[in-house]
Design a protein around this ligand. Structure first.
Ligand SMILES: [Zn+2]
Length: 478
């Protein structure tokens, strides 16, 4: 008992110091309050299984004390003193994981309206859905309305809107010519530099280069971003993974699926997506060349973002993975469903590639690489925020990761990349209470991840169901 008291006092001191040094977020407005599922600034979660985000095995029957947004004590139930003022939640049969930190999200939804592809901003439904599904920090990884994304980030920070903390990525840095009217095309490296400087000034905190940039464009983007302590990621094609690593890129999107490193006779600075896909598809799962590429990226400290949901094949899979069908507006749902159903049985090459991609991601982590994850709500329109974020844990487990490893990919790995691991990313004493309470045991049945009950962000426990309900049928509209 003595030692627990000591621990608690020490933690109490820590919390006082932290509270004093921290600029507290604004108090939630009534608009946000309506989604708060558990009131009180001192909470105790008892008898809960903890998967803490470090990749370590689950700790059974723990008690966790949260005070003013911070975790102040944690240990075996019965050994942790619960303050008398605490509101206690008996979490028998439940599991907590850290708030998810997701690295390839968007605040727009991709809709194909042939011959174009549209990125339609979803400023109401998406922030709520991400939070509902357990996401407490997200990067927008390519913006079509950076000014909207910045406003949403600020409204969430100021307690006027529910949603995750947002690392706003600037507009896609891309050469002209894409059939996406929302994407601005640059003509030369000077324009890339102008765009990056402007959006840094407006408050963007990350950048993403796209499929047709040149090495000279990337050089300028990296130079300016790094000067401002900002990181750069890319969905590449014209530039190979190796070239980008040499030019100082920090992160690459979509696993190894969009690597053009295996293209024979590749023209420099030129994207040929068919040749790119054919070449990477022909790489063997256990290819030594792929292993060499991975080793090179690890040496250059380049992180990889897994975006398995956007690559999910059609055959034998849900049309809207993670039971997400209810989220869509009926008109949009019908169109997406029709096209998905027509592709069942015709996706054999992507089924093979999907398996390979999973194996490569596992191999990259086994070799010591930093893997992060995101859902990418674009593609065929099947990937829906929140629902897909929970589902990504299922896909990572399908890829061969243990559940604690899958959780780490979606928390600590990203927190470290963002330089936020001292404040969040794991469930440990002294850190922000960013937590997801799941009803069930995902180690026994991975589908239990779909039963999110409460999502704590900075100690405020949001009602997952209420958030999901509030925007049912709205995806595709706003
Ligand atoms: Zn994307």
């Amino acid at each position: 008992m003595k030692s627990t008291t000591f621990c608690l006092c020490l933690s109490w001191l820590t919390i006082q110091l932290l509270a004093a040094s921290q600029t507290m977020a604004q108090a939630p407005s009534p608009m946000v309050q309506q989604f708060v599922g558990v009131k009180g600034d001192t909470l105790a979660l008892t008898h809960v299984n903890v998967v803490d985000g470090t990749g370590q095995p689950v700790k059974a029957d723990q008690t966790l004390v949260i005070m003013k947004g911070r975790i102040v004590a944690m240990g075996k139930s019965g050994s942790v003193m619960i303050p008398s003022a605490a509101k206690t939640l008996d979490c028998t049969g439940k599991t907590i994981i850290p708030g998810m930190i997701m690295m390839h999200e968007h605040l727009f939804y991709g809709e194909r309206v042939a011959p174009q592809y549209l990125g339609i901003e979803m400023p109401v439904s998406f922030p709520r859905l991400y939070l509902a599904g357990g996401v407490t920090i997200m990067r927008t990884t390519g913006s079509v309305e950076p000014q909207t994304d910045l406003n949403i980030r600020d409204q969430i920070r100021d307690g006027k809107m529910p949603g995750p903390d947002i690392d706003v990525t600037g507009p896609y840095i891309e050469r002209a010519g894409l059939p996406i009217p929302e994407v601005w095309g640059i003509k030369n490296p000077e324009e890339a530099a102008r765009e990056v400087s402007y959006w840094i000034g407006m408050g963007c905190t990350s950048f993403k280069v796209y499929m047709d940039i040149t090495k000279a464009d990337l050089t300028e983007v990296v130079r300016l971003a790094h000067q401002n302590n900002i990181k750069v990621t890319g969905h590449l094609c014209s530039v190979t993974y190796r070239e980008a690593a040499d030019l100082g890129i920090d992160n690459l999107e979509h696993g190894f699926w969009v690597s053009s490193d295996f293209e024979k006779n590749k023209k420099p600075d030129n994207c040929n997506s068919t040749a790119q896909f054919m070449s990477v598809s022909s790489v063997d799962e256990k290819s030594p060349e792929m292993k060499e590429l991975m080793a090179y990226l690890i040496k250059k400290n380049v992180a990889i973002t897994s975006t398995l949901p956007v690559f999910e094949p059609y055959t034998g899979r849900e049309v809207f993975p993670g039971d997400a069908g209810e989220a869509l507006s009926p008109v949009v749902k019908e169109v997406v469903e029709k096209s998905a159903v027509s592709l069942v049985g015709k996706d054999s090459s992507s089924r093979v590639m999907f398996k390979k991609e999973m194996a490569w991601e596992k191999q990259f982590v086994d070799m010591g690489g930093r893997l992060m994850a995101g859902i990418d709500p674009t593609g065929a329109g099947r990937v829906i925020p929140g629902y897909a974020d929970r589902h990504i844990l299922e896909l990572l487990v399908e890829a061969g990761f243990s559940f604690p490893q899958a959780v780490k990919i979606c928390s600590l790995n990203a927190a470290e990349y963002l330089g936020r691991d001292k404040e969040t990313g794991t469930i440990s004493v002294g850190k922000q209470a960013d937590l997801v309470l799941i009803n069930g045991d995902p180690l026994k049945d991975i589908k239990a991840v779909r039963n999110t009950e409460l999502v704590f962000k900075n100690g405020i426990g949001f009602d997952s169901k209420k958030l999901f309900e509030s925007v049912k049928g709205k995806v595709g509209l706003y």
